[in-house]
Design a protein around this ligand. Structure first.
Ligand SMILES: [Zn+2]
Ligand SMILES: [Zn+2]
Length: 107
């Protein structure tokens, strides 16, 4: 279902520190993937959900240990900066992803 792209060198979309990170699942430390439908999933496929429900923690002081949800603007900005990721995925994949994530946020 969809094309899964690993979330590497992807800045934190949920805080102003915008720290880049290779994201791993908080529960089992597996790599995290996203597809163009706006679904997140960890390597083991155990933990999955739409972007709107996913919680992020880049480890910066801003989080104070908390996992935070992103808004559409934060996610779009992080995606716009993720050049390596978008090169791997292709511009069509990115356009479909932003459309589907926008729908999750009612945009
Ligand atoms: Zn997991
Ligand atoms: Zn952060």
């Amino acid at each position: 279902m969809g094309t899964w792209i690993e979330l590497t060198n992807f800045m934190c979309p949920a805080c102003p520190d915008k720290k880049g990170s290779d994201w791993v699942c908080a529960v089992d430390a597996g790599s995290v993937f996203i597809n163009e439908e706006g679904i997140m999933e960890c390597q083991s496929q155990t933990h999955t959900g739409p972007v709107i429900n996913w919680k992020w923690n880049c480890g910066s002081d801003y989080h104070n240990g908390e996992f935070l949800q992103t808004d559409f603007e934060g996610f779009s900005f992080a995606m716009s900066q993720a050049v390596q990721l978008t090169n791997r995925a292709g511009s069509e994949w990115v356009a479909i992803l932003l459309h589907n994530v926008g729908k999750q946020y009612g945009k």
